[in-house]
Ligand binder design. Structure first.
Ligand SMILES: CC(C)(COP(=O)(O)OP(=O)(O)OC[C@H]1O[C@@H](n2cnc3c(N)ncnc32)[C@H](O)[C@@H]1OP(=O)(O)O)[C@@H](O)C(=O)NCCC(=O)NCCS
Length: 389
């Protein structure tokens, strides 16, 4: 078997292998949109004779981190190995080469969303954001009397408001750790609203507010459920106004949304139990490729002096003052030892150091230091992945 960068001629076979692995063949225009984000040499295939039996690529992403900096990030996707060739080391071979290429390109972070939770820890990735599916029986939902009623929501046709959505999304993603810049090809792909992307639901509907928007579909007939495809609010007024509009849809029974674990919707309602979590999972996974560059780019909540020993990553003195860090290689004795995947999980503030200490995946003789580390890395703003890739 041979590993090589993919050529234009490989993409037909790649579409078939990807479709076979994930159980659905995407629209060619959709694959073409994602391809615009793949740099030269960023897609790899493994061939057995003439057949493509393994594939992966990375996308050039721009990821917002805690404190608001935006870092160039490799977003690995479209990873598949033919069922006829699984568990022979093809994934490992592809990731070894992808990581070499991502490091050579100077990208400080690699990211992915995982089809299964047990695969990527061994490659240095840790879950960095989580998400949960909530369902609200809107027929009984009432807002607390103290919740504002900002108004300002209009019903619009999605395709006619693409630039408005894009401007609001951009404001939101720059203030949200985990936010991703969305290129225009992906806006086209989203708003193309193709039948095969609807998951048995209606076409897209949209509400817009000066600082937020929601794209949703309707599922079922009797009863009808709103499935929110994307709710983006750059201000709390927009968030409240959009929820008031959504929960005011008289003929709908329920509203479903995949959201982050700190969503405030339960606090807005007189009966918070109406907001039921029906599923939850990890979302964005990170592998820190360049530890000093990544740690110096983000902001922090507390001052700290610590020497970190990162397995497969090196030893670094981390000094944090007034929210900013200096991170330098050192030979000084380590205060805290942790695995690379754990650093990925801490990076956006979505997971706390204390939990990993309980699992002995983050080790120190000084429990007060672990709490301070947890406090310093905690996020001011909940981390949310901009969009799946
Ligand atoms: C997941 C997939 C890419 C694995 O490819 P593969 O070539 O069989 O994997 P490898 O043989 O290189 O395995 C590499 C390591 O990962 C482990 N691994 C592979 N698949 C795994 C899985 N589904 N769960 C847990 N561990 C897994 C292997 O045991 C091996 O571990 P080791 O090297 O530490 O002993 C392949 O099964 C596939 O294409 N699945 C369907 C599509 C998919 O899920 N793609 C991933 C998108 S995020």
């Amino acid at each position: 078997m041979t590993l090589a960068p993919s050529t234009d001629a490989d993409w037909t076979a790649m579409a078939l292998l990807g479709g076979t692995a994930f159980g659905e063949i995407g629209h060619p225009d959709s694959l073409a949109a994602w391809r615009t984000m793949v740099p030269d040499g960023g897609a790899l295939v493994v061939r057995d004779g003439d057949d493509v039996v393994g594939q992966c690529f990375y996308l050039n992403l721009s990821l917002t981190v805690s404190g608001g900096a935006v870092l160039p990030t490799a977003g690995i996707s479209f990873v598949a190995v033919a069922p006829t060739h699984r568990r022979r080391g093809i994934l490992r071979m592809m990731y070894t080469e992808l990581h070499r290429r991502i490091a050579d390109a100077g990208l400080p972070i690699a990211a992915l969303t995982a089809s299964e939770g047990g695969i990527y820890g061994r490659f240095g990735y840790g879950p960095a954001t989580g998400k949960q599916l909530i369902t609200v029986d809107r027929r009984f939902a009432e807002f607390h009397a103290s919740v504002s009623d900002p108004g300002g929501v209009r019903l619009v046709k999605p395709t006619e408001h693409r630039d408005v959505f894009a401007e609001i999304y951009d404001r939101w993603r720059l203030q949200t750790p985990g936010g991703l810049q969305r290129p225009s090809a992906l806006w086209d792909d989203l708003l193309a609203d193709r039948e095969n992307t609807r998951d048995g639901c209606s076409e897209l509907f949209a509400f817009v507010h000066p600082d937020g928007y929601v794209l949703y579909r309707v599922h079922g007939n009797d009863p009808m459920t709103i499935r929110i495809w994307e709710l983006v609010a750059a201000t709390t007024d927009a968030q409240v106004a959009l929820w008031r509009a959504l929960l005011g849809m008289d003929l709908m029974e329920k509203v479903n949304i995949w959201t982050h674990p700190d969503d405030v919707l339960p606090q807005l309602l007189t009966n918070p139990r109406l907001v039921r979590v029906t599923n939850s999972t990890d979302d964005l996974w990170l592998r820190i490729m360049d530890i000093p560059a990544a740690l110096e780019a983000r902001g922090y909540q507390e001052d700290l002096d610590v020497v970190l020993q990162v397995a497969d990553g090196g030893r670094f003195a981390l000094q944090i003052r007034d929210g900013r860090a200096r991170c330098t290689p050192t030979d000084a004795p380590a205060d805290v030892a942790l695995d690379l995947d754990v650093l990925g999980s801490l990076y956006l503030g979505g997971y706390r150091a204390e939990g990993f200490a309980t699992a002995n995946r983050l080790r120190s003789n000084d429990s007060a230091l672990i709490r301070r580390l947890g406090g310093a890395f905690a996020g001011e703003v909940p981390a949310v992945l901009g969009y799946g890739f």
